[in-house]
Design a binder for this molecule. Structure first.
Ligand SMILES: Cc1cc2nc3c(=O)[nH]c(=O)nc-3n(C[C@H](O)[C@H](O)[C@H](O)COP(=O)(O)O)c2cc1C
Ligand code: SF4
Ligand code: SF4
Length: 252
């Protein structure tokens, strides 16, 4: 296998993007980040390694950071990131380069595409356009990976902290009285941060703020007490992705 692609996805934008990249490149192994949650270390021997994930606050999801902190790579790896985001990827490339350097590597290339927002909200026509252009946008960037195009992302600057640097429930994610205790959220949570107590979901502090629980709850029982502007936003998931696709990520 020439390329290993690790992907993290709460609502399917990054999962479907990872699938498009794998189909386009060929000879790829798709590996869910959530499946590595309990692994003490990960050795990756592919000659080309990609990380596909959503941008959170111009940064990478904590689960991606945590996984890479446990990884060992081959010496001459070509490492790329392919991010999905609603409006802007911020300094995610510089942050990833800094992280990879702690593993004796560096980031070769940062690519990304706009997709519907699953946190703050885009205008509906903007989301529709991003969805319609997804396959075309991915295809237009694959040549860069095939050609092993590289850029320098090194910065010695200390980048500003973000709310997701460490796992915690900073949004006050809670299950309300609509919760029927079905356990669906426990299956899509990539960090095993939810358990059912007395028939209701209880959310802990090992939270990556991915919002999978919020978007996939069939009873719309999850709300965010500390994010009034999105507390009751409408639910979103990529039209080609199912609950099972998301839950399966940690079973792999
Ligand atoms: C906690 C959080 C923070 C986010 N921060 C950003 C951001 O800084 N910039 C941006 O353009 N989109 C941001 N988004 C939107 C997601 O990056 C975007 O919707 C992504 O495609 C979702 O991917 P997924 O469906 O694979 O989970 C954020 C989403 C969440 C949940
Ligand atoms: S998915 Fe929703 S209804 Fe089911 S246990 Fe979780 S919060 Fe409750
Ligand atoms: S509790 Fe919800 S938002 Fe936090 S990591 Fe789990 S699924 Fe994601």
């Amino acid at each position: 296998m020439a390329t290993a692609i690790y992907y993290f996805s709460a609502t399917g934008n990054s999962y479907t993007t990872a699938r498009l990249i794998a189909d386009g490149l060929g000879d790829c192994a798709l590996k869910p980040v959530a499946s590595t949650f309990k692994k003490p270390y990960i050795t990756e021997e592919a000659e080309r390694v990609g990380f596909v994930f959503p941008v959170y606050y111009g940064n990478m999801p904590y689960s991606v950071r945590e996984m890479i902190s446990k990884m060992t790579f081959s010496k001459d790896d070509y490492i790329f990131i392919f991010t999905t985001w609603r409006g802007h990827a911020g300094a995610v490339a510089q942050r990833m380069d800094q992280l990879l350097r702690t593993r004796g590597q560096k980031l070769s290339l940062s690519l990304g595409i706009p997709m519907p927002g699953n946190s703050f909200i885009n205008e509906p026509h903007v989301d529709a356009e991003h969805l319609a252009n997804q396959a075309k946008n991915v295809a237009s960037l694959l040549e860069d990976i095939r050609n092993r195009r590289a850029e320098d992302y090194f910065t010695a600057d200390i980048l500003p902290s973000t709310p997701i640097d460490i796992p915690h429930n900073f949004r006050g994610i809670t299950a309300d009285e609509n919760c029927v205790g079905c356990g669906g959220c426990t299956h899509v949570c990539p960090r095993d941060n939810i358990h059912i107590e007395n028939g209701r979901a209880v959310i802990g502090d090992n939270c990556a703020s991915c919002l999978a629980c919020f978007h996939w709850c069939p009873a719309e029982a999850i709300y965010m007490s500390r994010q009034e502007n999105i507390a009751r936003r409408s639910k979103y998931h990529h039209p080609d992705v199912t609950f099972s696709d998301i839950a399966w990520q940690k079973k792999e």
